[in-house]
Design a binder for this molecule. Sequence first.
Ligand code: NAP
Length: 341
Amino acid sequence: MSESTLGGLFGGAALGGLNLNTAPAAPEHEETDETIHEVVIVGAGPAGNTAAIYAARADLHPVLFASSVAIGGALMNTTEVENFPGFVEGIQGPELMSNIAAQAERFGTDVRYADVTRLELEGDVKKIHTSDGKIHLSKTVILSTGSQYRSLDVPGEERLSGHGVSWCATCDGFFFKDKVLAVVGGGDSALEEANFLTKYASKVYLIHRRDSFRASDIMQKRVFENEKIEVIWNSQVVEIQGESTVNNLVLEDTATGQNRDLAVDGIFEAIGSDPRIELVADQLELTENNTIAVQGRSSRTSLPGVFACGDVIDPTYRQAIIAAGSGAVAALDAQHYLESL
Ligand code: NAP
């Protein structure tokens, strides 16, 4: 795939409104591709693509399954990335992701834009079922499925999703020029989104359920210095209202239990994410945090030949650089495993 095509694919993966919480439906008829691959990678964020760079350079001819809808993972929803080493002035998240993917392709990674619907991970040859009706075979599988956005699960959220309820400021912020917005959450994502949205919105309410943020000091400083942002502490959104688009939030004071209305034109949810494990939850050992369990600092899962990396194994750090590093670990582990066969 050429870089210009990649640019198009990575240009605007609007995740807001998409339900990423379930595995895609399996096709009715399936056909097995008899080729037995050395390495199949599931998930095309920084972890999966870095695993692909390493595996491709090791001549393992990796096949990388990128989802058909949400290619590129969480970096696609990020604005300026200032802490990825090597970019002195920072780089936009989608551009960084596009670069990593282009690097994986440069070494011959076979990228396929199909959803993995089912995995059979026992035995020497693993089976990877995809939404285009194919069953692919591989000696190893690297899982880099990342994480999915949490929802508030309140009345009005689902109905107004895509009509003022969003999970992606970089995708949807542009549509809210001179509007009043709310961002929910107290982590780095929420503060980053709130800051970013002030580029368009006339005002941004940052709603947090406690009285202090967990976000980094630098992000907090930027928020407190931004005159367009008003922080609403100790508050939960309990209902999202509006006929065809969002026009009001019902907030509950977490200290007093009292409700009040807040007129807004849109709400951006940034309340964290959960590891995307639905394809493997019944086959692999998981941790108490619902991440895939790996052995020590390795990427080895509870099944031989199956490796995991990135946010799907990480309940703590969740950084692009860590996901990328962990992708490298997974490719090296897969390579050592293949050498031992
Ligand atoms: P996070 O750190 O887990 O924060 C989630 C926030 O949402 C918390 O403040 C949490 O409140 C709140 N929350 C969770 N469930 C909620 C609910 N049901 N209702 C209301 N609020 C709720 O998630 P994140 O901000 O997405 O960050 C994830 C990781 O990515 C972090 O390690 C972060 O540092 C990293 N990250 C880094 C950057 C950067 O370096 N530029 C940018 C984005 C993200 P409590 O605080 O009360 O638990």
